[in-house]
Design a protein around this ligand. Structure first.
Ligand SMILES: Cc1cc2nc3c(=O)[nH]c(=O)nc-3n(C[C@H](O)[C@H](O)[C@H](O)COP(=O)(O)O)c2cc1C
Length: 445
């Protein structure tokens, strides 16, 4: 069924179910020659992974990523990049109840009604586990954005009604809530454990800030940047609301208070004095920090008894066993960063098609990529030359065929002339390639 692909120029397709063999992602539209560091991807997956603390689920998954295609010697080849994360700690038996009972707040009823069949084990495709695939792809997008000086930071702003009062980015990874205010984090934790002890769960707000975004991302009218960011973030399970800048707060202000005054700073850059717009005007990034917030609902799977119906429509009650996050916010943090990174990198790629990057660094990087591709082609040529050598040996044919060689040389030089290349240099270049081939074949003759 549709709905598993996100992005336009830089696209991801995720696959897999919570208690199936694996979850994973295929990234398409990835330019060749981009560096991919598996340890960076693994670090992000470790942040999302279950079993990190007592405020998250106890499911024990290492979430080890395996890159199965599209990367050669640490760089993308321009072909689809496929990454797989094998499921290890499946306990489908823990979900036997869900075979016959719908979980209130979860996707069982709608999935079964829509498709007529549903993998109920751990929520199947609707499980939070699907987001591991997004984080693997998001880590790549995030690191490519970082190389251009763009930083994406998310954190739990509020949980169980407790709001962070201070924002210290350095404190985020120091507490299990991923809250930038350690004092608020301690109170949140207390409230979550209290809810958990009562067989219940809590919700919260995750804030995402993008530092140093380029000006010009977003394609009005239907692909306005905030529209695509809303779709990206609202597609995460348990996310029920989205705000950009001061969001719903804008409704309480006058125009004179809500407008962000525009000025030119000392370096000549156009800036705004305030940032109520959250870094986006008219659907296009204006260069100020992009500020987003999402509402995360309390986890629907709770141990408290609740009213429901069976798949046959009989009235029933349910108490949910299995391992669930009493508050999803800390695990949503890396997922939100990933979805924002994927959206921004897609828009950056679209923007570069509109205005190709002609900076010295970008031009040099294009030449590096071309040189690398020439080497890939030479390696492939050498492989085929070897095969030809083996055939010649088998059929008792001569290695050297000077008449054929000079005919090919003449033909290739005609093409070189058409392409405007230096004929003398190309003659030398082709002769070197021919000699290389002959020496390879002579070795096996
Ligand atoms: C990282 C992550 C972990 C999640 N863990 C749980 C969980 O342990 N139990 C649960 O009931 N829902 C969990 N969810 C939420 C469900 O996936 C979500 O509520 C469900 O798919 C229904 O979708 P909806 O809430 O968007 O309507 C998690 C979501 C994410 C993103």
């Amino acid at each position: 069924m549709a709905g598993n692909t996100f992005g336009e120029q830089f696209r991801i397709t995720t696959f897999g179910e919570s208690h199936g063999r694996a979850v994973g992602v295929v990234m398409d539209g990835v330019r060749p020659g981009l560096p991919i560091d598996t340890s960076v991807i693994q670090k992000e997956l470790d942040r999302r992974r279950p079993g990190q603390s007592h405020v998250t689920t106890a499911r024990n998954e290492t979430d080890t990523v395996e890159i199965v295609s599209g990367v050669f010697e640490g760089k993308t080849t321009g072909t689809p990049v496929c990454m797989i994360i094998w499921n290890k700690d499946q306990r489908p038996g823990a979900y036997d109840k869900m075979k016959t009972l719908f979980r209130p707040g979860h996707a069982g009823y709608t999935y079964l009604t829509k498709y007529g069949i549903s993998d109920y084990r751990g929520g199947g495709r609707s499980s939070g586990r699907e987001t591991a695939s997004r984080v693997a792809a998001g880590a790549v997008a995030k690191s490519l954005l970082e190389q251009r000086g763009v930083q994406i930071i998310a954190y739990t702003l509020e949980a169980a009604g407790i709001r962070a009062k201070t924002i210290d980015y350095n404190a985020i990874e120091t507490n299990p809530l991923r809250c930038p205010d350690p004092t608020a984090a301690a109170k949140m934790e207390e409230m979550i454990l209290d809810a958990k002890a009562q067989g219940d769960s809590v919700g919260g707000i995750v804030e995402v800030v993008v530092k140093n975004p380029p000006v010009g991302l977003g394609d009005p009218v239907f692909d306005k940047l905030e529209a695509d960011l809303a779709k990206a973030l609202m597609s995460i399970g348990a996310v029920r609301g989205f705000e950009v800048g001061n969001g719903f707060g804008a409704t309480k202000l006058r125009g004179s208070e809500n407008n962000d005054p525009i000025f030119r700073d000392q370096s000549g850059r156009v800036r705004t004095r305030t940032n109520n717009a959250g870094g986006i005007s008219g659907g296009i990034s204006n260069g100020e920090d992009i500020v987003l917030r999402i509402a995360v609902k309390p986890t629907s799977s709770i141990a408290k008894e609740q009213e429901t119906v069976t798949v046959d429509g009989e009235q029933a009650t349910i108490k949910i066993e299995g391992r669930h996050d009493p508050c999803i916010c800390p695990r949503v943090v890396p997922v939100a960063e990933s979805m924002v990174a994927l959206t921004l990198f897609d828009h950056l790629t679209r923007q570069e098609l509109l205005h190709p990057d002609d900076s010295l660094a970008a031009l040099r990087s294009s030449i590096d990529t071309i040189d690398q591709n020439i080497l890939f082609l030479l390696a492939e040529r050498q492989r085929i030359v070897l095969e030809v050598g083996q055939v010649k040996k088998r059929e008792g044919k001569q290695i050297e065929d000077l008449r054929r060689e000079s005919a090919i040389l003449r033909r290739q030089l005609r093409l070189a002339k058409k392409l405007g290349l230096d004929m003398k240099l190309m003659e030398r270049f082709l002769s070197v390639i021919f000699s290389l081939a002959k020496s390879v074949q002579k070795k096996i003759a």
